[in-house]
Design a protein around this ligand. Structure first.
Ligand code: R5P
Length: 282
């Protein structure tokens, strides 16, 4: 297993659990910001797993360079694990003239890969954009493990897109689930429709695939609080936490995410689910 610089924590857990030998690629940044990568190990004939999350943007470039370094080095096969697949939310043309960004990234990834494994891509349709065998595994069982230990009574999706995720977490924890409806005004602004919820006196987890600005979760959390919830926990698979997100999330009691993007809010690992997928593939 080769890890890029964005996925050291998850790679260690994956390597332990498979098990596999782990090596960290050498990565340097030139004065102008361009990246340099090198994988010094001899990997002749080996089935290699490359793990690299693609946030922030530089990590995507690092992934492409690492794939290039490995691809024609005489290895047996290359399986690329992308714990957070960036650009996944722009998976169609919402307006004429737009790029289908997730397709652009997927096609580039597929050039130097035999298999691709992602975790909770925003929409599974994006998997069709990879021109190689590509599977998406869920980070929701990991979240359910953490939230179950915290005594959460109910799971709520902050928008319709996240409803199937909330349902999965709720079912795994054997607690009720519900969802809200949200309208996105711009990157920083969302409006969530009010709706009566049975949350009085409960510990509620608001779960989503991604937290970026924190606006979606904060808006849902306000509705839940106003209706008498005792505690609100924000849960997501991919915690990006862009500037200002921490302030917006002050309205919740705990923020929990997985290690697809490692942060101070990482509480649980997706390693068991990703390792299972890798065992099936290789
Ligand atoms: C979009 O539909 C996603 O599932 C998330 O709801 C969104 O990316 C969260 O972004 P933010 O934290 O900026 O509201």
């Amino acid at each position: 297993m080769v890890t890029g610089s964005a996925s050291l924590h998850l790679s260690r857990r994956l390597a332990e659990s498979l098990p596999a030998d782990l090596t960290a690629a050498e990565v340097r940044t030139f004065a102008d910001g361009e990246l340099y990568v090198r994988v010094p190990d001899r990997l002749d004939g080996e089935d290699v797993i490359l793990v690299q999350t693609t946030y922030p943007n530089d990590m995507l470039v690092e992934l492409f360079l690492l794939q290039d370094a490995l691809w024609d080095s005489g290895l047996g096969s290359l399986t690329v694990v992308i714990p957070y697949f960036a650009y996944g939310r722009q998976d169609k043309r919402f307006n004429k003239g737009e790029a289908i960004s997730s397709r652009a990234v997927a096609k580039r990834v597929a050039i130097n890969a035999n298999n691709v494994v992602t975790v909770d891509v925003h929409d599974k349709r994006a998997m069709e954009y990879f021109d190689v065998n590509a599977v998406d595994t869920s980070g929701m069982p990991a979240l359910a493990r953490y939230l179950g230990d915290q005594g959460v009574d109910m799971v709520l999706a902050p928008d319709e897109n996240a409803a199937r995720r909330a349902q999965l977490v709720g079912d795994l924890m054997d607690v009720p689930w519900d969802y809200l409806k949200k309208e996105r005004i711009d990157s920083w602004t969302v409006e969530t429709e009010e709706k009566p919820l049975e949350v009085k006196g409960l510990k509620v987890a608001v779960v989503d695939d991604v937290i970026s600005t924190g606006g979606t979760i904060a808006s849902a959390a306000k509705i839940v609080r106003d209706q008498g919830a005792k505690e609100v926990v924000a849960g997501c698979v991919h915690g990006l936490f862009v500037k200002g997100a921490e302030d917006r999330l002050k309205s919740v009691d705990d923020v929990a995410c997985t290690d697809t993007v490692y942060s101070a809010h990482t509480r649980v690992s997706v390693a068991p689910e990703v390792a299972e997928e890798l065992r099936r593939l290789i």
